[in-house]
Design a protein around this ligand. Structure first.
Ligand code: GRF
Length: 184
């Protein structure tokens, strides 16, 4: 199966996925696409000789990204830290074939604006004793797509939002590649 990863930032998840599928018979990361031409994820793609594609929000909304995914014969679209709202036409082109990872235990802390450190600050402020990751299919209601996998980690009172972010990233890197492999 041909995978495309959409990412807007650092791409540590994308790197783990490229690493995991490097010699896999089941899947191949065929494209890394980003809406940020300076996103570090593009450097990571070069290291793995994975083709890249950058686009603007407008180009995405004009269908350029969808046409690129179709011309590359992509089977699955993986969102790994992608910060734009996916156009409905793109979601509809990959029914039950678009996967997102969210750095919290949905349905808690979902929705717009909950990205980056914001979600970890909210979890800390709420005094939660655990947080985690959610891997889910993307449907037209975004964070409400079918949940495929969740993993939790305890939060200690002395944990800072950064400590929480590090624990969540560790869960993402540990599980995201395997969960993708179990789906494709
Ligand atoms: C991850 O925390 C992911 O859950 C969220 O965005 C972050 C991406 O991190 N959607 P990276 O760019 O993969 O390092």
């Amino acid at each position: 199966k041909r995978l495309a990863i959409l990412a807007s930032g650092s791409g540590s998840n994308a790197e783990k996925i490229m690493e995991y599928f490097r010699n896999s018979p089941k899947g191949k990361v065929a494209l890394i696409a980003s809406n940020k031409s300076d996103a570090f994820v593009l450097e990571r793609a070069k290291k793995f000789s994975v083709p890249t594609f950058t686009f603007t929000k407008k180009e995405m909304e004009d269908g350029d990204l969808l046409r690129k995914l179709q011309s590359e014969k992509i089977d699955w679209v993986i969102l790994a830290g992608f910060l734009l709202k996916i156009p409905v036409a793109l979601i509809r082109a990959f029914p039950d074939r678009m996967v997102n990872i969210h750095p919290a235990l949905l349905p808690n802390y979902g929705g717009k604006g909950m990205y980056g450190m914001k979600v970890h600050e909210a979890v800390k402020a709420a005094g939660d004793t655990q947080t985690g990751i959610t891997i889910h299919l993307v449907n037209e209601n975004y964070d409400e797509g079918r949940i495929i996998f969740q993993a939790a980690t305890p939060i200690l009172p002395e944990d800072s939002p950064e400590d929480i972010a590090n624990k969540v990233h560790a869960l993402e890197h540990r599980y995201f590649p395997e969960v993708i492999e179990s789906m494709i």
